[in-house]
Design a protein around this ligand. Structure first.
Ligand code: PXP
Length: 246
């Protein structure tokens, strides 16, 4: 059964829109945990457009479940990770002009550099996950650079039309199987919603799904605790007969 990591960046997005102190992602992370979040995920971007250094420091002190720090593979971020000691570091590609993370990392193009970054982070006991597309070459390279986990990018599946969803889903399934055969542990995320999450939760060996936008959007209507509770229920009890939503 997969677990649920809740990405709370969007709470900080609302705060930063007004450059004020509310809503506070640190205070609200607690409500996500009450709703059943198995972990809290934040992306500390280089331009600090949503999560701030202060948020990360306080979350390190207050998160009771598990803290997953998404970050670019830069020297600054490595130092922050080593000072903060989250339960997991997920390395993501980062472009300033993008609205959200747009695609997986190219491990093959940066093997030597990433191997060094992963060694630095893992030497302080923090397992590293690499956010990648379900691509055989990237998976093999992820194993070579010494990652413990990979997070499969589900964005293409999420965006695919109803006709193309089975194909995109099969790529994720195949990617998960290859990853496991290489000794990598498997997470997935990006673009997952209440309508499309169940098919991904059903994939064999899927350990954690990282979900942000859809949960925070729903929380406006029902509150964060309830929004997380509803998503957790779908992740834990996915319906086999209801694969891609309506
Ligand atoms: N996983 C990674 C690596 C991400 O960068 C993001 C977006 O910050 C997510 C998961 C969550 O994506 P979404 O907000 O679309 O659920």
């Amino acid at each position: 059964m997969a677990s649920l990591g809740v990405n709370i960046d969007h709470i900080a997005n609302v705060r930063q829109a007004r450059q004020t102190i509310e809503p506070d992602p640190v205070q609200l992370a607690f409500l996500a945990e009450i709703g059943g979040a198995d972990g809290i995920t934040v992306h500390l971007r280089e331009d600090r457009r949503h999560i701030q250094d202060r948020d990360l420091q306080l979350l390190r002190e207050t998160v009771k479940s598990s803290l997953n720090l998404e970050m670019a593979a830069t020297e600054e971020m490595v130092q922050i990770a080593l000072n903060t000691l989250p339960e997991m570091v997920t390395i993501v590609p980062e472009k300033r002009e993008e609205v959200t993370t747009e695609g997986g990392l190219s491990i093959t193009a940066n093997e030597k550099y990433l191997k060094n970054v992963i060694e630095q982070v893992q030497s302080s006991g923090i397992p590293v996950s690499l956010f990648i597309d379900p691509d055989k070459e990237q998976l093999e390279a992820s194993a070579r650079v010494g990652a413990t986990w990979i997070e499969l990018h589900t964005g293409h599946y999420a965006e695919a039309s109803r006709q193309n969803k089975p194909l995109e889903l099969s790529k994720i399934k195949e990617g998960a199987a290859i990853a496991r055969s290489l000794g990598l542990r498997v997470n997935a995320g990006h673009g997952l919603t209440y309508q499309n999450v169940e098919a991904v939760a059903l994939i064999e060996g899927m350990e954690e799904l990282n979900i942000g936008h859809s949960i925070i959007a729903r929380s406006i209507a029902v509150g964060l605790t309830e929004a997380v509770r509803e998503m957790k229920s779908l992740v834990q009890n996915p319906r086999t007969e209801y694969l891609f939503g309506k």
